[in-house]
Every structure is written in C-alpha cells, then in structure tokens.
Ligand binder design. Structure first.
Ligand SMILES: [Zn+2]
Length: 298
C-alpha cells in the first residue's frame, strides 16, 4: 500500500442454514426457514446458535479497535432484537441484509420492494433510525434494485463481488470496479441520476475468483484472502466480510462434498484467521471504517 487505505470489515448477520444449499434458492434442501426450524429444531424459531459467535466477534473487534458494519437480516433481527442493540451500542454500524434470505431472482421487483421495506423497518423499530447500507442476500444485485434502494433511503450497497460465475452461481454484475465508486461516476447504468455508492468485494487478480469473504478464507486460506485485498488496496479502498456462524460449531447433519466445502474450518480456526487478517491489514496501514463512513468519503 502506498498510502493509508480505508477498509470496511463487515459481518452478515445470518445463520448457516441461510446458505443457498440449505434455504432460499431454487434447489435448496428446505423450502424456507420455517420448514427448516420445524425439521431441524422441532420448533418455529431458531435456538440461539448465532448469539455466542456474534458476541465473540464483538470482543475481537473491541480488542483490535475495529468499528465494523453488520448487515442484519430482518428475520434474524426479529428473533434477536437484543443482539441488534448490543451491536449498535458497541459503536458498529447496522445495515440491512434484506428480510428473508432468498435469491433476488425468486422475488422480482415487487417482491424485492416488500422485502427491502420489511428488512429496513424492523431495524428502524429496534434502533430508532433506519439503515442506509444494504447487502443483498447471496450477493445477488440486479440493476432494477438500484432505484428501489434509493427510494427507500439507502445511500450505499455492498453486494457487488467482481468474480466470474462459480459453482453455478452467476454474480452477474456488468458494472464492476474493484474499489468503491459512485454508480453515476463509473457507469451510465443503473443509476444515471443518483449518487448511490457501491462498496465491492475484492477478488484475486487474473483468476477473478472471490477473495475477501469468510467462505474463501476458510476454503483457500488467509494468504488467498490477503492476495485479493492487497490487489484492491493497491488502487483504493476495500472491504472484507464474513459471518458469525463461521466461528461457531459445525452443524450436525449429513453433508454432500460441496456442503462440506462450504463448512470447512468453522470455529476456532476461523476466529484466528479473522484476527490475523485484521492484524495484517493494520500492519499495512489500513484504517478501519464503517460502510457509512466510506460511502460518505467516496
Ligand atoms: Zn447472507
């Protein structure tokens, strides 16, 4: 890094069963989370698996002086309002991760509008103010979503991963740039009149595979993630994100090889890996900011 860069560390507050193989996509194992709760827990709500790892993340951030952004799923917020308040009270930004964790292509524009409003309103009710940052479930951002985000008071999005298609998932972003940008400045579509900011998720150079995500840290290692982050930081600011469930225990289920890959190295390994990434970034002079702060500075 030639000059100090800003890095947003972000956390998606959802659970392992929100992964596409489990729920929320056309070929998921369970129809929705309600069906999952009944089948797996025998109740109509989650059992609190999320709380412990989330609190350990808050401790890690406090120890390392990181103020982060938590993109919180509306469904999770309704089950854990106290946790939402704890996150905000610790000085972190709360953004929205939608309401249900479902692929945007299953919703369409009207469905997306409803989900966005519900996800925003539940956070506003808990915290007394609406979020201005958004991350799409499964990182699927489509152009039609941009004006709808602006209508609902969002000022930035953090869903664009500049990767090629991977394991049947087409990220589908034509409007890609590896450092944060205003859509208006970089692309004539999809926001020609507005000033919505995008905070993208870096990939590794040449291969264009995701790098700065917890899943890829667990699958490919800390070195892989740092490779993508260093590449992005050579030209501007960057972002790294992960999930609380990645620091929790491995769920007890029979898994396919692909599911086992996605659940590799959960728990203490991942907790140490995130700590190392934060330390390495700090050593390289990165300044940790929230998504809101970065969006205001772009
Ligand atoms: Zn998610």
């Amino acid at each position: 890094m030639t000059e100090p860069r800003r890095v947003v560390i972000s956390v998606d507050l959802d659970e392992w069963y929100h992964c596409r193989w489990a729920t929320g996509a056309p070929h998921s194992r369970w129809k929705d989370t309600a069906a999952f709760f009944r089948a797996h827990y025998g109740t109509d709500r989650p059992t609190g698996e999320l709380a412990g790892p989330t609190r350990r993340i808050l401790e890690l951030f406090a120890r390392r002086g990181v103020r982060a952004t938590f993109f919180i799923l509306g469904e999770v917020a309704t089950h854990y309002p106290e946790l939402v308040r704890e996150i905000a009270a610790a000085g972190h930004e709360v953004g929205s991760h939608g309401f249900h964790h479902v692929d945007i292509d299953m919703l369409g524009p009207d469905g997306f509008r409803d989900e966005l409003r519900r996800g925003r309103d539940v956070l506003a009710d808990i915290l007394g103010k609406p979020p201005i940052g958004y991350r799409a479930p499964n990182l699927l951002l489509r152009d039609f979503m941009i004006p709808i985000l602006r209508e609902h008071g969002f000022r930035y999005d953090a869903s664009v991963c500049t990767a090629r298609s991977l394991l049947g998932k087409d990220f589908g972003h034509e409007h890609v740039a590896r450092n944060p940008y205003r859509f208006r400045d970089r692309f004539s579509r999809p926001d020609p009149a507005g000033d919505l900011v995008e905070i993208p998720i870096p990939t590794v150079p040449v291969l264009r595979l995701p790098a700065a995500t917890g899943i890829l840290t667990r699958v490919a290692g800390v070195g892989w993630t740092m490779w993508g982050l260093r590449d992005a930081l050579a030209t501007g600011d960057a972002q790294y994100y992960f999930h609380p469930y990645e620091m929790g225990p491995r769920p007890r289920l029979a898994f396919t090889w692909r599911e086992r890959l996605f659940l590799r190295r959960l728990g203490p390994w991942m907790e140490r890996a995130v700590d190392r990434i934060v330390l390495r970034l700090a050593e390289q002079g990165a300044r940790f900011v929230t998504g809101r702060e970065l969006a205001e500075a772009v």
